[in-house]
Design a protein around this ligand. Structure first.
Ligand code: PMP
Length: 370
């Protein structure tokens, strides 16, 4: 029996994408073997790879100016790889920090800056407090973002998966090329990709399984990347070899294809956005209706449509809430270990019915325990 899975990532995948993988697992397209057993340079995998990219280009509306790349190592590797490629000597790498993932990106950029003789600058941070107590409740206004005049790029995290803080606009980067970690809010609504030098997203939320990152990057920006770093880390190498410089995670790319087919069948990003907004409204409305019982740390204007963060009055009640959720076949609602509390992730593949069931649990639990 499949459960109502609210995991933050790896997260629930569309059932049809998994069923297709099951049906094709032992014999892909009559070839007598799994897609996993095919050469990454053979025509069968080539067709899968091409279909995945072309569906993604169509669904997102990726302009011809931008490459679609698949990179290994997770979004965490990109935290290091981006400054390695694009923080040029004498220039500064700018960061807007709105949560834990932005912090990690800055921290890796600082290590790279030491190695490569560049600098790192926090152009804005909405963190309040220090160390383990640090909290993030909102995204900054454009006026709060102070880009360095010599910035090689400005990096921000469009959705902070742990803190539930989401940008509902593209922030102003001044003249600097804009780079976005969109790991947890990728491909759920129309976004003008032409505004970005580079967008990257770890796949394990809205796109597919873990271990692979989708990178959308302007061709001329990739070409300007540094050449004094190992070839394997240069995004130029990935682009020049159509993500096949070395052996890619072929099964992950195949599963992304299945997910892209599902998004297209469902009606593309318009349908995804409508459903996602409906789910988020159901859950936030249920929480707001019992605002004296539940505490929502994120300011309304910055609330994430993907990751709903909330607290109960004490840890005992949080445990009880999770127990009640389990009885109703709901899993994945425990908040990230660094911040505690609850987190409900409502990515594309979460059906509206699950959000309704969660809203019911939220209401029932407050009535019984409030
Ligand atoms: N950025 C964001 C916004 C994330 O949510 C995550 C993972 N949850 C990462 C980066 C890191 O991804 P990975 O674990 O694939 O390296």
């Amino acid at each position: 029996m499949r459960v109502l899975n609210f995991n933050a990532g790896p997260a629930t995948l569309p059932l049809s994408a998994l069923e297709l993988a099951r049906d094709e697992l032992l014999d892909f397209g009559g070839t007598g073997m799994s897609i996993m057993e095919h050469s990454h340079r053979g025509k069968d995998f080539e067709a899968v790879h091409a279909e995945t990219k072309s569906l993604m280009r169509e669904i997102i509306g990726v302009p011809d100016t931008h490459e679609i790349l698949f990179v290994q190592g997770g979004a965490s590797q990109l935290f290091a790889q981006i400054p390695m490629n694009f923080a040029h000597v004498g220039k500064c790498a700018d960061y807007v920090v709105t949560g834990a993932w932005g912090e990690k990106a800055v921290s890796e950029a600082k290590v790279v800056a030491k190695m490569l003789n560049t600098t790192t600058h926090v152009a804005a941070s909405t963190g309040e407090g220090d160390g383990k107590e640090k909290q993030y409740h909102r995204v900054p206004e454009d006026a709060e973002i102070k880009p360095d005049a010599a910035a090689a790029y400005l990096h921000y995290t469009s959705n902070e998966t742990i803190h539930g803080v989401e940008f509902h606009r593209i922030p102003s980067a001044g003249n600097a090329p804009l780079i976005c970690d969109a790991s947890s809010d990728f491909i759920w609504k129309k976004v003008d990709i032409s505004k970005f030098a580079l967008v990257y997203a770890g796949a394990q939320k809205n796109v597919g399984p873990s271990g692979i990152v989708v990178v959308l990057a302007r061709k001329d920006f990739i070409a300007q990347g540094r050449t004094d770093i190992p070839k394997i880390f240069q995004l130029r190498t990935v682009a020049e070899n159509d993500s096949l410089y070395n052996t890619p995670p072929t099964f992950a790319i195949y599963l992304i294809r299945n997910v892209m087919r599902w998004i297209k069948t469902e009606g593309g990003l318009e349908a995804m956005e409508k459903k996602n907004r409906e789910k988020a409204k159901l859950v936030y409305d249920a929480l707001d209706a019992h605002a004296g019982f539940y505490r929502l740390p994120v300011e309304k204007a910055s609330r994430s449509v993907m990751n709903v963060i909330f607290n109960l009055p004490n840890e005992g009640l949080e445990e009880k809430f999770l127990g009640e959720a389990k009885k109703r076949k709901m899993v994945g609602l425990k908040g990230h270990r660094s911040v505690g509390g609850m987190r409900a992730s409502l990515y594309n593949a979460v059906p509206v019915e699950w959000a309704k069931a969660l809203a019911e649990l939220i209401a029932d639990f407050a009535k019984q325990n409030g």
